[in-house]
Each structure stands twice: as C-alpha cells, then as structure tokens.
Ligand binder design. Structure first.
Ligand SMILES: *[C@@H]1O[C@H](CO)[C@@H](O)[C@H](O)[C@H]1NC(C)=O
Ligand SMILES: *[C@@H]1O[C@H](CO)[C@@H](O)[C@H](O)[C@H]1NC(C)=O
Length: 407
C-alpha cells in the first residue's frame, strides 16, 4: 500500500518545481538551525569563559558599588572580575524581563522562552545554551514529580531529615529506613525523614520511575524533582530541597541535609537543636579557609574565570549540615544573586556570606568526615559520621541502640 503511494507523490512533487524548491529551502533552513543550535550546545565552556572576559568590566563596576557595603574584609578585587557574581536585585533571573546579560540568558533561557511564548504567542527566544561544566541550571522552576505535600502539616516535625540519594539507590534508602531513619521521636520531639531524588536518565529511566512510584506508595517518604540526578547537579538538588522545605515544611524548626552513607545519632541531634538558636542558624562540619582547587584533575576543580577568589568563605561540608527553617527562604533569595557553582556546600557558603551569616561549629557533639571506627562509646558523642567501609550499618545501629551504658 505504502509502496504504491510514494512514487505518485514524488512525481507530483517533481512536477511542481516551485513547490519543490520551497520544500528544499525549508529542509535547508531546518538543517542550518539544528546545526547552529548544536554548535552553541557544544561550546558551553567557551561561552562561559568568553562571556566572563567580555563582561568583567561591567561586573567590576557592579561590585565596586557593592563592596562599599560589603562585610568581606579579605576581598581584593581582581581585574578578572569578582566572580562570585553577586548581581543586584533588579537583575534577578526570575523576573520576566529579558535578561540583560549573557550569563542570565544562559541560566534562564528556558524560563524566558516559556514566558515569551505565553506572553506573545510567538517563538522569540534564543536556542537553549548550556551553563557549562562549572555552573548549574538554577534558578529554574523545577517541579515535583513525586511529593509528600501534607506529611509535614500532619506530623508537625521539630526537625526534618532530608537525605539526598540517587533514584536507583534503593539499598541505601532501606538501610536508613531500618536504622536511624526509623527514629520518629527523640526527646519528645517529632523527627521526619524524606529522601530527595532527581530524575533517572538512561535506558531504564521509565522502569526506575515505576519502581519509585511503588516505593513511594509503600513508604511515603520520597520527594522527586524533575531535574537530572547526577553529581554535577547537586547544587540544583540542594536548592530544590530548600524550595521544598520552604513550601511544604516551613513550620518545622530545623532541617538537616544528610548524605545517604552516613550514621546519624538522632537523639544527640535533637539535644543539640533544643539548645540552638531558632533563627539564622547553620551548623555542621564547618570548613574555614578552604582552598579553591585549581588542579583540573581535582573532583572539585574550579577555574579562575568562574571563581577568582582563592579561599572559600566558611561553609558546612555537604555530608551533613543543619539549618534553622527561616534560612530556607533567605538562602533561596540569596541564590538569586550568586552564580550557581556546581559545588553545593560551597555554594550555600557563598549564599550565607551574601546574607552576612556564618555557619557555626556545633556547641557539643561532633561531625566526622573520615569514618569514625565504631564503638558504642565513640558513637554516643557524635551527631554524624561517615560509616566505616564494609560494616553493616543496620547492625551498627542495632548494637548502638541496645540498652545499657554506652561508655
Ligand atoms: C566577546 O568579545 C569579542 C570581541 O569583543 C567578541 O568577538 C565575542 O563574540 C564576544 N563573546 C561573547 C560571548 O560575547
Ligand atoms: C542537570 O539538570 C538539568 C535540568 O534537568 C539538565 O538540563 C542538565 O543536563 C543536568 N546536568 C547534567 C550534567 O546532566
């Protein structure tokens, strides 16, 4: 049947040479458009660097004005530009105005495109431009594909534990559910637990998503945002976490972000927080004077062009940090002024500096980035530690919870 139709169509097409050439032109146009778009997508780093060079003068004048009110004593401006890129409020990338700089266009192109289309009904936006390897796509209006909208309202937790975990990593989630994640009450304070995920990509994406829906039905503790879940996107994950807390859990007093391979002493956490400030409070394992890594082979490499300072402001290491809930809104606001670096804990540190608030070391108990070897006594004095390799974490927790003296 198909074979019979095609030649006829072809003949008709060749018969009308005008229509034929119009068609050819159209094809050529599409090919050219796709080609140009690809070129732009393939050179994200080039774009970002080039842009920084071209706009460093503009940035310098912006910061020249701001630095008079800046609290940052140690800062010395470099001609490369103060690359923390704190932008004045009027340039917030979430406004519906056409972004005035290339960087903003980069991070907001998708949002802008949507806005322009709905406003004018025309497709006027520039093609999508990637933010490059050192920045992430934020701010952007991500949506929740799996959510627990009412749980906080119903349970009224004192502290919310937010575990960042990869969609595929059901094993880690189950270990947590069967260990410290099962502690729903400590010192008479309600503790809530959620796992935060992004979207799985790859061939089995749909299968993973179906499994997640099932898991969510069983446990009601999954929150999933519609961004790609990968290491480079952790800053997006953390900002989406803050947005979620702000929207669905703002009545809680504190939240703790924690990695999925950690041991958490929940009662100690609650004890600490019962004595902690209720506002402008962030604690964890705070890095002071952390050096910016300039070796391109480093996992946390940042080029000079993206971030020119050589020392990070104080920041709480991403393995586990705590914040008072009032900070979620403030950090989201601050993020509108800080270039979205891919290193999530450093990024929050920069947002904190923008707010003029320092993360503090915990007043009691400790955090451990290097695995603390297990003993009931040692683990009774901590908030959180990375778990020792090859040790059953559920076993550790059960042993720790046995009645009797710890030391
Ligand atoms: C930067 O400026 C140079 C010359 O002034 C120009 O050729 C180039 O296209 C600009 N790049 C960007 C990304 O604006
Ligand atoms: C990060 O997430 C955004 C939004 O989903 C996506 O466009 C981008 O490709 C992701 N980055 C990486 C490195 O996968």
């Amino acid at each position: 049947m198909e074979n019979g139709v095609r030649p006829a169509e072809n003949r008709r097409c060749f018969g009308f040479s005008r229509r034929h050439s119009l068609f050819l032109l159209l094809v050529l146009g599409v090919v050219l458009f796709v080609y140009c778009t690809n070129i732009r997508d393939m050179g994200p780093e080039w774009n970002a660097k080039e842009w920084m060079k071209n706009h460093s003068v503009k940035l310098l004048t912006v910061f020249g004005k701001q630095s008079t009110v800046s609290k940052n004593k140690g800062f010395t401006g470099s001609p490369d530009g103060n690359t923390t890129a704190e932008l004045p409020e009027t340039r917030s990338v979430t406004t519906t105005q056409e972004p005035s700089t290339r960087w903003q266009r980069t991070v907001s192109s998708r949002a802008t495109k949507k806005t322009l289309e709905t406003q004018t009904g025309q497709r006027t936006a520039a093609p999508y431009v990637s933010p490059g390897p050192y920045l992430v796509e934020y701010p952007y209006e991500y949506h929740f594909t799996i959510n627990e909208e009412l749980k906080c309202k119903q349970e009224k937790p004192f502290v919310v534990l937010m575990v960042q975990v990869a969609p595929r990593n059901r094993a880690h989630r189950d270990v947590i559910r069967n260990s410290w994640g099962s502690e729903k009450l400590a010192n008479n304070q309600v503790v809530a637990l959620f796992f935060l995920l992004g979207m799985q990509t790859g061939d089995d994406a749909e299968q993973v998503h179906q499994q997640l829906l099932q898991e969510s039905k069983e446990h009601h503790d999954l929150i999933q945002g519609d961004f790609v879940d990968c290491y480079k996107n952790l800053t997006i994950k953390t900002m989406v976490m803050l947005e979620w807390l702000n929207s669905y859990c703002s009545s809680a007093a504190y939240a703790m972000k924690i990695d999925s391979d950690m041991f958490l002493n929940v009662p100690n956490l609650v004890n600490l927080l019962l004595k902690a400030p209720r506002t402008n409070y962030m604690t964890g394992l705070v890095a002071h004077g952390g050096a910016v890594l300039r070796d391109p082979k480093s996992k946390w490499f940042l080029p000079q062009e993206i971030f020119s300072e050589s020392i990070y402001p104080p920041y709480a290491l991403g393995l586990g940090y705590i914040l008072s809930l009032d900070l979620t809104k403030k950090l989201i606001e601050a993020s509108r002024h800080i270039k979205p670096l891919y290193i999530e804990d450093v990024y929050l540190g920069l947002c904190m500096r923008h707010l003029g608030i320092s993360p503090t070391d915990p007043s009691s108990y400790s955090f451990h980035v290097f695995p603390l070897s297990y003993s009931r006594c040692a683990y009774s004095k901590i908030i959180a530690t990375t778990c020792p390799q090859n040790m059953d974490r559920v076993w550790i927790w059960r042993d720790f919870k046995r009645p009797g003296r710890h030391c």
